[in-house]
Design a binder for this molecule. Structure first.
Ligand code: ADP
Length: 697
């Protein structure tokens, strides 16, 4: 409510009138012109002073107006809601902020009872505020908006001197929302901690329990109250204290969270439970920490792991025993097979009808097949025992592939299946590695492809997958147009003793070992193996191997050499050192048909005596013989001081199992070459040719 400025101030007015009154009373009677002049001058001065004061007052009022306008603006635009309530509680004045909070216009709010906006649950609180408002009051309560929703305010109430309530409203909805969220998250956290199966705990830097979740009581039977403040020393097993302390201090020092080693904690009944904890450092003040941990009971788990380890060890022992059994059995079976095949070979040199010859040929082939299976079983046993070692020497890839394919060509032709091989021109020829193992995989895949294809073709293709200065990764693909493999069987065919179809054995034979061996070999050579197949349409087996690039290819690698017919030339005398009576009988007879005269001795001592007495061209030396072994006999032969006639006589070892270490042992003992048993006549003849024509290792 603005009041206009009054006229001149009372005292000035009074003074002017006095002066006038004085002038009026003095003018007619005694005033001299000088006095009148002076009086008029005084009057003029007063007039000027009055005008100046009037001017000052005017500008003061203008300033007051401006400041009042500013005040109104501030009142209206303040972010805080202001209201004045009449004594009975009706809204008198309300600023924009308050109106905005309610969602009503200021006019709509005027003369409305304020309490109708207060949430019912908070009305008592508001009355209390009002009652005590002779001193300023504050409270937090909910008010209702025009749209019916509620919002939180901090309300301030003050009773003014003229009996009005001055009300301030601060919107605290956001804060209340945050507090609510915080409260809920605290409750959630508490629920998690209270219901955690693991023990959640905190320790002071001195190692005293500062907090424990209720699971502590469930796990250990101590109350939380009696535990808090105690050091972990009271609970952890004496043998585990040191490792726990190292762990605990490590986390406090570094701040790096990690898992503790297992530690035992004593139950109130005296038993021990085993725990592991995940701990972290938590800052509570500058350079002051708490250790926060979650301990998990692993007692049963450790017991189970222990049992599992025992079971694993037992299974491994059983597996080793199985591998040993396989190895021994196949070895034991091979020795008599040696006799059977040898006898059959001998029989083929006697007078036979063509029919009889065929029967023997068939029996011999079955024997040879059995030997191949035994070899596979030996390979598997070696792989499982981790005993397969790869050779590393120069070879000619194209030659190796040509031989492998030539070997299979006859079978393919007999079945009416076309067999082709191709090698990309960029595939290096001179390589270094284990050609026998490469050949073994190729042979397995090509043999299978021919076996499972009745018409169409089998194609081997070789290409380079990757290459650098020193090595190359080669990919071998064997594609056939055979029976294919059902999609659900594909993932299993590389597992031992697995065949795609139970009827495969009956129809096609086989042991289900070839692919397992091929897989292991490819992986040993840094590669892998796989197959794509459509049932009824054919399969493409592939494998990769990493091979070193070779420097040069040996002139004539250790491969079968074409043999001349010795029957017409003078007989060559060789010495067979062998304790097996069947071999003693068979080998000389077989060799006799090829122009060799074979003398037989049964142990190392006899070998030496024979070599002292006679001239021989070569010795076939069994390694394991009673009395003096083949190794010992060889050492004496090579000794220049011994009495044998020829210290450099070629010696070919006859080894039971062609394990790398056996072969190495033969060579180390001074022998020149080796042949695995059972002796295959063609292989034996090839070796004889080689060494009698001045071969070298
Ligand atoms: P084997 O041939 O001695 O049974 P393998 O391990 O070589 O053992 O092969 C396992 C199985 O995979 C075979 O029995 C056959 O079911 C399937 N298989 C392998 N090669 C082929 C192929 N080229 N075509 C169809 N099936 C094949």
């Amino acid at each position: 409510m603005k009041t206009r400025p009054p006229g001149l101030p009372q005292d000035l007015r009074r003074r002017a009138e006095e002066i006038l009154r004085e002038s009026d009373s003095q003018l007619p009677e005694a005033a001299s012109p000088e006095e009148i002049k002076l009086l008029l001058h005084e009057l003029r001065v007063h007039q000027i002073q009055l005008e100046m004061q009037n001017e000052a007052l005017r500008s003061a009022y203008t300033a007051l107006d401006a400041s009042q306008a500013r005040y109104f603006d501030l009142y209206d635009l303040a972010p805080v809601g202001y209201l004045t309530l009449s004594k009975p509680g009706l809204i008198q004045e309300v600023n924009f902020a308050a109106a905005t909070l309610f969602g009503f216009s200021r006019e709509q709010l005027r003369q409305q009872p304020f309490k109708q906006f207060v949430c019912k649950d908070d009305q008592d609180l508001f009355y209390l505020c009002q009652q005590q408002a002779n001193t300023p009051q504050k409270a937090e309560l909910r008010l209702q908006r025009a749209d019916g929703s509620f919002f939180w305010v901090q309300i301030g109430a003050t009773l003014s001197a003229d009996g009005e309530y001055w009300i301030t409203l601060n919107d605290i909805s956001e804060r209340m929302q945050m507090e609510e969220t915080l409260r809920m998250s605290r409750e959630k956290y508490k629920a998690v901690v209270d219901n955690s199966f693991d023990v959640i705990f905190s320790l002071t830097t001195r190692g005293e329990f500062q907090f424990l979740s209720s699971s502590w009581e469930r796990h250990f039977g101590y109350t939380i109250g009696e535990t808090l403040g105690n050091s972990y020393h009271h609970f952890i097993h004496p043998d585990d204290i040191t490792s726990w302390a190292v762990y605990f201090q490590g986390i406090l020092l570094t701040g790096i969270s990690k898992t503790s080693p297992p530690f035992r904690v004593k139950h109130s009944d005296g038993s021990w439970r085993c725990f592991i904890a995940n701990g972290a450092r938590y800052a509570i003040a500058d350079k002051e920490w708490l250790f926060i941990g979650v301990a998990h009971d692993v007692t049963e788990q450790l017991e189970a792991e222990g049992n599992l380890l025992q079971a694993k060890a037992a299974a491994e022992a059983a597996n080793i025993a199985k591998s040993q059994f396989l190895s021994t059995m196949s070895h034991e079976i091979r020795t008599p097979m040696n006799g059977v095949i040898g006898m059959l070979q001998l029989l083929q040199y006697t007078e036979l009808t063509p029919e009889q010859y065929e029967y023997i040929e068939s029996a011999k082939n079955s024997g040879l097949e059995l030997v191949l299976i035994l070899n596979d079983i030996l390979d598997i046993a070696k792989i499982e025992a981790g005993k397969i070692e790869l050779e590393r020497y120069d070879f000619d890839l194209r030659q190796v592939i040509a031989e492998t394919i030539n070997h299979q060509a006859l079978t393919a032709r007999e079945k009416g299946v076309e067999l082709v091989a191709s090698i990309d021109s960029d595939v290096p020829t001179a390589l270094k590695g284990d050609p026998l193992r490469v050949r073994q995989i190729v042979r397995n895949l090509v043999q299978n492809a021919i076996k499972f294809t009745s018409k169409g073709s089998v194609a081997l293709h070789i290409r380079t997958d990757d290459e650098d200065e020193q090595s190359c990764t080669l990919r071998f693909l064997v594609r056939d147009s055979g029976i294919g493999i059902a999609a659900d069987k594909l993932p299993h065919i590389f597992k031992p003793f697995t065949q795609a179809d139970g009827s495969t054995t009956r129809t096609y034979g086989g042991s289900g070992l070839g692919l397992t061996i091929s897989k292991q070999l490819a992986e040993l050579m840094g590669g892998s193996i796989g197959v794509e197949s459509v049932e009824g349409e054919g399969s493409t087996f592939w494998f990769t191997v990493v091979l070193e690039k070779g420097d040069a290819i040996p002139a004539t690698p250790d491969l079968p050499i074409a043999r001349g017919d010795r029957k017409s030339s003078p007989r060559i005398r060789i010495l067979l050192a062998e304790d097996d009576p069947k071999a003693q009988l068979i080998v000389p007879k077989l060799l006799k048909n090829h122009g060799y005269q074979t003398d037989v001795v049964g142990d190392g001592n006899e070998v030496l005596r024979a070599l002292e007495a006679e001239d021989y061209a070569l010795v076939l030396m069994d390694c394991m013989m009673p009395g003096m072994s083949g190794y010992e006999a060889t050492a004496v032969i090579r000794d220049p001081a011994s009495a044998v006639r020829r210290h450099d006589i070629p010696i070919i070892a006859l080894t039971g199992n062609a394990m790398k270490q056996d072969v190495e042992r033969c060579l180390a003992a001074g022998m020149d070459d080796h042949l695995p048993k059972p002796l295959i006549l063609d292989d034996l003849l090839a070796k004889l040719e080689k060494w009698l024509e001045g071969g070298s290792r």
